[in-house]
Design a protein around this ligand. Structure first.
Ligand code: ATR
Length: 318
């Protein structure tokens, strides 16, 4: 019998999911600021659907106290953590081990705490009982990169392999998206970034990792399969479009994905809909990175529909 099934049965038989008691276990998101995070609503809905006596909390931790916070949380035997802005890059140096995903994408958004008995195998804390916890280590994962691909495929129906993509933005989110899409064998990426040197650096890194993918710094002059906005333009109500309308028309894009999810419809998505493009916002990315984190902690499939509904209600209201 696996550790997880044992825990599941125990929790079903134990206190009702809405009661916190001395056996309740914890996960949390750390960010700075964190008060707008939708993760607690989404994760607690998923946890309740799995009948786990766990809770997911949010803590505002400034970067200079992050190491201390992670140490304290480890001592308190939390099951895992999510990390959000601005912690994702330098938290890499604060974990005991990096999963392959953390190493590959150069940023972590999920930590899983693990324990072992003597020199036995490391087991996730979420899959053992508190009494069995001895030595604890932290392992950093990246669930953001795969969430981009899943959202594009499942929510927008984009066939990524062979696609031609216009990517707007070469900041943290843009870099991860570009490298992940290149790995998925897109045929060509057009890159635009306000600071051109960052686009050039990113282009070099894509070429180094995936030489078969063609990179163009500039706008396409023909139809593309996907326009992906990874800039922050659209977060504020009066933001301009994230591309130059004199140099590119949305009529050239079959699908448009905006990583922004609040507001639900950015000026970009509104204009894209008016042009008849298929559109999607960043809520799916948020959902899939969170669902994967829950799977990493529990070892079970995440209840995706329950989490999607909780997230949608949290962000857009019931
Ligand atoms: P994230 O981790 O969300 O990607 P980031 O690394 O700060 O955050 O990146 C923000 C992105 O939005 C960058 O591509 C940034 O362009 P620069 O690299 O030139 O800074 C882009 N961006 C932010 N404000 C912008 C603006 N007013 N006009 C155009 N691009 C903007």
């Amino acid at each position: 019998m696996s550790g997880h099934i044992f825990l599941y049965n125990e929790e079903v038989a134990a206190p009702p999911p809405n009661r916190i008691d001395a056996r309740t276990r914890y996960c949390a998101v750390l960010g700075h600021p964190v008060k707008h995070s939708a993760s607690p609503a989404m994760q607690n809905a998923g946890i309740a659907a799995l009948h786990l006596n766990w809770r997911y909390l949010a803590f505002d931790v400034p970067p200079e106290r992050l190491q201390e916070a992670i140490c304290g949380i480890k001592v308190m035997k939390f099951i895992g953590l999510n990390l959000t802005v601005p912690h994702k890059i330098f938290a890499m140096g604060m974990v005991d081990e990096l999963d392959e995903s953390g190493r590959r994408w150069g940023a972590i958004n999920t930590i899983r705490f693990e324990t072992r008995q003597g020199s036995g195998p490391w087991k996730p804390l979420g899959q053992v009982q508190t009494e069995e916890i001895d030595e604890v280590r932290s392992v950093g994962f990246n669930t953001d990169a795969d969430a981009i691909v899943r959202a594009l495929r499942e929510d927008l129906g984009v066939e990524i392999s062979g696609a031609e993509v216009l990517l707007l933005g070469a900041g943290g989110a843009g870099q991860t998206a570009a490298l992940r899409l290149a790995e998925e064998k897109v045929s060509r990426i057009y890159l635009i970034n306000r600071t051109r040197s960052k686009a050039e650096e990113l282009a070099k890194e894509i070429q180094r990792r995936t030489p078969d993918v063609e990179i163009v710094i500039g706008y396409p002059k023909k139809s593309i399969d996907l326009l992906l906005n990874a800039t922050s333009l659209g977060l504020k109500r009066h933001d301009p479009l994230p591309f130059d309308p004199k140099r590119f028309s949305l009529g050239f894009a079959r699908s448009v994905y905006d990583m922004i999810y609040r507001p639900a419809e950015t000026p970009l998505l509104k204009a894209a809909k008016a042009q008849g493009c298929k559109t999607g916002n960043g809520l799916g990315m948020l959902l899939y990175q969170g669902a994967r984190a829950l799977e990493i902690w529990t070892g079970s499939s995440a209840p995706i529909q329950v989490m999607r509904q909780a997230l949608t209600e949290e962000v857009y209201g019931p």
